[in-house]
Design a protein around this ligand. Structure first.
Ligand code: T4K
Length: 395
């Protein structure tokens, strides 16, 4: 699709494009002064990484925020997943959703483990426990649930399936920092949970992640593994890797933690504005967050029902792009339809959602008038779906 041509079309004259690109995934930044103070201290003390003061403080504060026994911070969420998978002793086959970022699957395959993709529940977008039960075989060694877009999986039912089959349960909680479920913070479910603190997450450490668990032995193994397996000078207890977080990242995390309430307030306000401005638009469903749990509201997810709108998700993304709104089609295609994992297996809910959903900009970098304009573009496009679809077809 030629986007330059598209933006020249008269229909887009109705709503002039944004001058600067409006991105999904703009980082939230805490108090810069506080961050610079910490940075100065790191540089003055010349202690940049390897069990530094800020990493220790950050781990203690994250553990206390989540009410979890152990927090091991890691250089990014993907390596955190790899370490958690290894520390849990997973091998053979592991069941996980296909509707996730590819890192969840690759953290397994990287270690020679076969990901077995399973369908999800349409209400939560998380693993469907009934499908998990069907997928368990003699080669299954574990289950990974993903709290997609920060909405908790069916934690109780998954725990019961895991327990009933003697399998460890790991949660990829990359999207769910600051969320709770049934009165407990995410971080306290399964054998362990893994967060991502990547720049695009509402809470970031530039790059970063964490493994959190209430299991002492598991925490000890993960701690050794992230530091080459060192159990003391010259003593290597097990095969490890380098998963350490730097002091600068921890300083960013500590600074962000001081503003996390404000980040969530802004995300919630943005979410409510999107909901208010889009609720009348036919064929669009804004993903809901449960009011009984705490959410971080970091994703604005629209589901486009093409049978009602006569315009597809991909066409809407093209229009938004022409208007300089860089919406993302997270997660499309599902992992089971990506080259390294390609499979003909039919996962009907995954396929439906991955062809229908898109993610819109939010966070502290996005202002109310920008949200109004994004909503106006969405409304206009859907209300004129037939004409726009046919224009797009002609380009
Ligand atoms: N599990 C799940 C379920 C995940 O979603 C992820 C990561 C992981 C595991 C692995 O965690 P990490 O190893 O990443 O810690 C982005 C992120 O890189 C990735 O962290 C995230 N999930 C995924 C959903 O999104 P891309 O390929 O879409 O990123 P990119 O570079 O296209 O950036 C997205 C948008 O953010 C763009 O519009 C630009 C904007 N952006 C990005 C960066 C880095 C900024 O405005 N500023 C920035 O600094 O993967």
């Amino acid at each position: 699709m030629n986007v330059t041509l598209l933006s020249d079309l008269a229909i887009f004259g109705a709503i002039p494009a944004f001058g600067e690109p409006l991105h999904v995934g703009r980082p939230n930044i805490g108090n810069k002064g506080k961050f610079y103070e910490r940075l100065d201290d790191i540089l003055d003390r010349r202690w940049l990484t390897n069990a530094g003061r800020y990493v220790g403080e950050f781990e203690r504060k994250v553990a206390s925020y989540l009410g979890v026994k152990h927090c091991i911070v890691i250089c990014n969420g993907t390596i955190a997943l790899e370490i958690a998978i290894r520390a849990l002793g997973l091998t053979g086959e592991v069941i996980l959703p296909s509707f996730t970022f590819v890192a969840t699957a690759s953290a397994l395959r990287w270690q020679g483990i076969t990901p077995v993709f399973c369908d999800i529940d349409y209400q939560t977008y998380g693993l469907d426990w009934r499908e998990v039960e069907k997928a368990i075989s003699s080669r299954t060694t574990g289950i990974i649930g993903v709290h997609v877009f920060g909405r908790p999986c069916a934690t109780k039912m998954l725990a019961s399936v895991a327990k009933g089959n003697g399998l460890p349960l790991l949660f990829d909680a990359a999207h769910a920092f600051g969320c709770s479920h049934g009165g407990r913070m995410i971080g306290n479910f399964g054998n362990a949970e893994v967060f991502s603190f990547h720049a695009t997450k509402f809470f970031n450490t530039f790059e970063g992640g964490a493994i959190v668990t209430n299991d002492d032995a598991l925490a000890e193994r993960a701690r050794l593994m992230k530091n080459f397996g060192f159990a003391g000078h010259g003593r290597v207890a097990l095969v490890g890797t380098n998963g350490k977080m730097s002091e600068v990242s921890a300083a960013m995390g500590l600074t962000g933690l001081e503003s996390i309430g404000e980040f969530i307030t802004v995300n919630r306000r943005n979410y409510l504005q999107y909901r208010h401005e889009l609720w009348r638009v036919c064929g669009v469903r804004l993903m809901e967050y449960s009011e009984s749990d705490n959410s971080n509201y970091q994703y604005i997810i629209l589901e486009i029902d093409e049978s009602v709108t006569s315009i597809s998700r991909d066409q809407l993304v093209t229009v938004l792009l022409a208007e300089n709104v860089l919406a993302r089609s997270y997660f499309s295609p599902g992992c089971h339809r990506m080259e390294p994992y390609y499979s003909e297996v039919e996962l009907s809910v995954t396929e439906k959602l991955s062809s229908r959903v898109l993610s819109l900009p939010t966070g502290t970098a996005v202002h109310s008038d920008q949200i109004s304009k994004v909503c106006e573009i969405v409304r206009f496009t859907l209300e004129n779906g037939r004409e726009i679809a046919s224009l797009l077809g002609d380009l």
